[in-house]
Design a protein around this ligand. Structure first.
Ligand code: NAP
Length: 245
């Protein structure tokens, strides 16, 4: 009997949960618990870490999971690495449902960097108004470049003041639109953007807007992950489930 674990936190994970619920397949949806009100899912949902590889293996056994779909964000490297290790150790089938990385096109002014620390170093120079579209977790590193005014796009209002000297928090949740992102860049008088190469449609509009406005982008490239099976669409994941059950 098939039973699926979907690791979520992305638009793709939610689309897959809808498809799996419509088919009536037994599944559990898992959130890390990083945001205050995660999107409700049409599947039984659990929230919080498993406790590393051993905790994940114990959960898989307890819930009789046969298939894992890792639909976490491309920068959730720890969770994705744990999935590969746990699946190999206990013989559960696993696939990653990911978005292809973005590639620059004519008119883009990207500076690609390998890490958040490199992005911080790339901001050395005169004061600017910088959009940090990187989520909440790594904001503190940018305190090292005190000269800038940072505009942060966050899912939740910060519950305590951030360590950045000078910032504005804009609370919003994707998917974003080109119109909305053009308005954000113009009203906030943004001169540079820092973002992660997340890929996908819902977050790409800021890059189109940056191209139109001629703004430079510091692009943090994806972390290295162990080799794994990958799918890029809901249909590919559903076919894999059909072929492997
Ligand atoms: P991470 O560094 O890979 O994960 C750290 C730990 O959080 C994992 O070892 C695991 O804890 C727990 N965890 C992560 N995803 C989980 C899930 N779906 N269900 C249960 N536990 C999970 O990940 P992260 O960068 O902190 O991201 C956390 C979540 O936010 C992910 O689910 C991701 O999809 C989402 N997200 C991340 C980003 C980003 O830029 N990193 C952006 C948007 C959304 P245990 O080891 O205890 O199991």
């Amino acid at each position: 009997m098939i039973k699926i674990l979907i690791l979520g936190g992305t638009t793709e994970a939610s689309a897959l949960a809808d498809a799996i619920a419509k088919r009536g397949l037994p599944a559990i949806f898992s959130y890390a618990g990083r945001v205050s009100s995660p999107k409700p899912q049409p599947l039984p949902t659990r929230i919080g870490g498993f406790g590393g590889v051993s905790g994940l293996i114990a959960f898989l056994a307890q819930e009789h999971i046969t298939h894992i779909v890792d639909a976490t964000h491309p920068f959730a490297a720890q969770m994705s690495t744990n999935v590969v290790a746990a699946a190999a150790q206990c013989g559960v089938k696993a696939i990653a449902f990911t978005r292809p990385a973005w590639r620059p096109v004519v008119g883009d002014q990207w500076q690609s960097v390998a890490s958040v620390d490199e992005a911080v170093s790339a901001l050395a120079g005169p004061p600017q108004r910088v959009l940090l579209a990187i989520g909440r977790m790594h904001l503190a590193a940018f305190a090292a470049q005190t000269q800038h005014h940072y505009v942060l796009r966050l899912v939740d209002q910060p519950d305590r003041p951030l360590s950045l000297a000078d910032y504005t928090a804009v609370i919003d949740r994707g998917p974003f639109t080109l119109e909305g992102d053009m308005a954000l860049l113009e009203t906030q008088r943004i001169e540079r953007i820092v973002c992660k190469n997340s890929g996908g449609e819902g977050a790409a509009s800021k890059l189109t807007a940056a191209r139109r406005l001629g703004l430079p982008v510091v692009m943090i490239e994806r972390p290295q992950l162990p080799s794994r099976l990958e799918a890029h669409t809901v249909d590919e994941v559903m076919s894999w489930l059909g072929d492997n059950s």
